[in-house]
Design a protein around this ligand. Structure first.
Ligand code: F3S
Length: 398
């Protein structure tokens, strides 16, 4: 891989330990994937923030980097293992909170904005069309590539951090136009009526596309919340963090629909629901916000729950960025949700919080949320926001 004189000096250790380590990671990646050179990135989004996943070895690695490593571009974080302010209310232990705070301190020392959300594009880390970035959270990577039309590979935690310390990433994969050509057409004839239908659609397309790049036709309208839900599901159940949706996502007009065509009808969507949903009608955990809720979603939750009461047998979380929670506070939505017995889970989510063994069955609007909840040994039910609020109030899934 060609390196400039300055990059060679960085690699030799001229700018300290963390810059050298970062260059080693970027050069190794670039050589594995045949990159010609490094390119500048406009922003970075770092996953691998929860102490639950990092453990002491990860914390030690971050502390080493924080000694002399300072980020050179706008860098934000993925959710942590707990609400950084309100962790006690979510049942997090003192020991866990102490370690999680040390992780956050290390990121702060590096100059990273400790926003802890998987929706960085809703809180100010918003790239423009065609901009190269280095993001790592899979749903955010898919949203950046497919809805915004920015260009990013799905980075791992260390490679995203390395990109942040150098301000560059190797020029390969989804940074190259030739690797962004769709090769399978999914034509949607099913009617998508509720948010969870988008998760079900992501499940169908992700599974059926395998390693191919989807070009989706037949969808006339899509809201941002629907697209973020679809992005999370399609990449969780498939391989590629990029798709084109004709007439909706930027760049789709440059490509004709590929010849290889699959029809997605109502039966395919029903089959996705039956794969995602387990046999249970008792619910003890309801979590909305995978990906993190927008202010629009929080407003809908508040409207549905106003004047009602969460069952004493159910824990009800609204997972969101702290920014969305702040807006919710100012509009009175937080007060409504908390008066009903609901809790905000800012900075964290159902997948990265230490939840194993705490709940038996979750209800959520998110296909990705179900996927990760099964890893946490929960039975899963996916449905509309109305279904989930009903489950929160009754403790039952009908
Ligand atoms: Fe975000 Fe956690 Fe879902 S990171 S996409 S809320 S699993």
């Amino acid at each position: 891989m060609h390196l400039t004189q300055k990059e060679k000096l960085m690699l030799s250790g001229e700018e300290g330990y963390t810059v050298r380590k970062s260059m080693e990671i970027l050069v190794a990646l670039g050589e594995i994937y045949g990159a010609e050179r490094l390119i500048k990135v406009g922003s970075v989004q770092v996953a691998g923030v929860s102490y639950h996943n990092l453990g002491d070895a990860g914390l030690e690695f971050l502390n080493e980097l924080a000694e002399d490593g300072r980020v050179r571009v706008l860098t934000t974080l993925n959710p942590a293992g707990m609400d950084l302010k309100n962790w006690k209310n979510l049942g997090i232990t003192e020991e866990f909170a102490e370690k999680q705070n040390l992780v956050i301190d290390a990121f702060k020392k590096m100059g990273i904005i400790t926003s802890c959300t998987c929706t960085p594009y809703l809180i100010g880390n918003l790239p423009h069309y065609g901009e190269h970035v280095a993001w790592s959270e899979s749903s955010a990577v898919t949203f950046a590539n497919s809805v915004i039309g920015a260009k990013t590979n799905r980075e791992g935690g260390p490679s995203a951090l390395a990109a942040a310390f150098i301000g560059k990433t190797p020029y390969y994969g989804l940074h190259l136009d030739e690797d962004r050509v769709p090769d399978i057409n999914f034509h949607i004839v099913a009617k998508l009526k509720k948010l969870s239908d988008w998760g079900a659609l992501g499940y169908c397309i992700g599974k059926k596309a395998e390693n191919k790049l989807p070009y989706i036709t037949g969808i006339k309208n899509a809201e941002v919340d629907e697209l973020k839900s679809f992005c999370a599901s399609v990449v969780t159940h498939g391989a590629k963090p990029l798709f084109y949706m004709q007439g909706i996502t930027p760049g789709s007009e440059k490509h004709p629909p590929p010849k290889d065509k699959v029809i997605i009808d109502a039966t395919a969507i029903e089959e996705a629901y039956s794969d995602i949903n387990d046999e249970t009608n008792v619910i003890d955990f309801v979590c909305i916000g995978c990906p993190h809720c927008s202010i629009k979603e929080i407003a809908k939750i508040a409207a549905l729950i106003k004047g009602r009461r969460i069952s004493p047998n159910v824990e009800f979380w609204v997972a969101s960025s702290r920014t969305a929670k702040y807006l919710s506070d100012t509009r009175g939505y937080t007060a409504i949700i908390e008066a009903a017995g609901g809790k905000f889970a800012c900075d964290t989510c159902m997948a990265v919080a230490p939840l194993k063994g705490r709940f038996k069955a979750i209800a959520t609007t998110s296909a990705k949320g179900c996927y990760y909840s099964r890893h946490n040994n929960m039975l899963t039910k996916m449905g509309s926001l109305e279904d989930c609020i009903e489950a929160a109030v009754t403790g039952k899934w009908n």
